[in-house]
Design a protein around this ligand. Structure first.
Ligand SMILES: C[S@@+](CC[C@H](N)C(=O)[O-])C[C@H]1O[C@@H](n2cnc3c(N)ncnc32)[C@H](O)[C@@H]1O
Length: 336
């Protein structure tokens, strides 16, 4: 029993070893390289520019962590890393790991300061309280962030596209759409649906490129704007993924109100992210995400399904429910 506990403590406490090994592998495009063809140690080491001292331990650690396989002296991707971490495939979700490697990993080393001060520890440490202004000031950072969002949300987006009763509705608006993966998956799985992606104007070109790549420019449009300053575009379904957790309670309630106003009677509001369990004791990812909001925003926080249902009911929604999607993600649905 003691041994089990010790193992758990050490695994979590030194979890950054495994985490940084995977993040560096994504940074060096190990999986993209091996997706072309399997390679032996010397070739792979040479192609990626690794020091001979590190290469064998690095690749074998990735084998032990189950991100690579080794057969007859050659390294192969696993089916999972080949599908999700080959940069040239549309199924690539490594954007979020690239961002984690470059931004979150160093920022999280200041967690203790954040816990003591309640202050963010990212680029906004000295300056504007709006994280998106800083994030979007540099085009490369903007694109990295939007692609990261697709990586973190794709599984839930697929689940929403399949699980929600779309046959009852015709139009949907994805608010804070980023690259547009949610509205894209909804439209791909439901050919009768038309949609709008609503986001800050800087996001437009990256959204439109993504929608066009998916062959959906005829059914999905981008509407630029700020949900701080204007009403939301109208639709039968309003969706918000990873938006409410960026903001304080007052803005959260304002956004729920704006969603209510944009819907017709009978319309549906879908809020999704890693919604914390009502007892706040099981969804570790959701609780850690909230700490990530401590690092990344001036007053954002994650919340439970019960919290969100209460905000919806306060805005006038007559029916609310929470439905699990995948992994730590759930959606909260409000019917007007
Ligand atoms: C954390 S991302 C979530 C992206 C996407 N919904 C997802 O779940 O993957 C938040 C999104 O809200 C957008 N956003 C931030 N401030 C906004 C504003 N004032 N008006 C409209 N969109 C905004 C950002 O540009 C970004 O795309």
């Amino acid at each position: 029993m003691d041994e089990l506990r010790q193992d758990h403590i050490l695994q979590v406490g030194l979890g950054f070893w495994a985490s940084k090994t995977l993040l560096s592998a994504v940074e060096m495009e190990v999986f993209t390289e091996l997706a072309k063809h399997p390679e032996d140690l010397e070739t792979l080491q040479g192609r990626l520019g690794l020091h001979p001292r590190s290469a064998r331990d690095f690749f074998d650690a990735l084998v032990a962590l189950k991100f690579l396989e080794r057969r007859d002296g050659r390294y192969y991707n696993t089916p999972g890393t080949d599908f999700f971490l080959d940069k040239r495939k549309p199924s690539y979700i490594g954007g979020v790991l690239e961002m984690a490697n470059r931004r979150l990993y160093p920022f999280w080393s200041h967690l203790t300061t954040a816990l003591r001060t309640g202050l963010p520890q990212n680029e906004i440490r000295e300056g504007t309280p709006n994280p998106f202004e800083v994030l979007y000031a540099e085009p490369a950072r903007l694109k990295e962030f939007l692609r990261a969002m697709t990586g973190v949300s794709h599984g839930a987006n697929l689940a929403i596209a399949r699980k929600f009763p779309w046959s009852r509705y015709r139009t949907a608006v994805d608010v804070g759409t980023a690259q547009g993966d949610l509205i894209t998956q909804v439209a791909l799985a439901n050919p009768h649906m038309e949609g709008i992606g609503f986001d800050l104007p800087e996001v437009g070109p990256i959204f439109e490129e993504f929608v066009e790549m998916n062959g959906l420019s005829g059914r999905i449009k981008f509407v630029p704007g700020s949900f701080m300053q204007q009403p939301l575009p109208k639709g039968d379904v309003i969706m918000m993924g990873h938006v409410l957790h960026d903001w304080n309670l007052e803005i959260k309630r304002m956004l729920v109100r704006r969603a209510y106003e944009a819907l017709p009677q009978g319309g549906a509001y879908i809020v999704y992210e890693s919604i914390i369990d009502d007892d706040r004791s099981a969804n570790a990812f959701g609780l850690l995400m909230s700490l990530n909001m401590l690092i990344e925003t001036s007053d954002g926080f994650d919340y439970t399904g019960a919290d969100c249902c209460a905000w919806m009911q306060g805005a006038g929604f007559r029916e609310t429910r929470v439905e699990h999607l995948v992994g730590p993600d759930s959606m909260v649905i409000g019917i007007k």
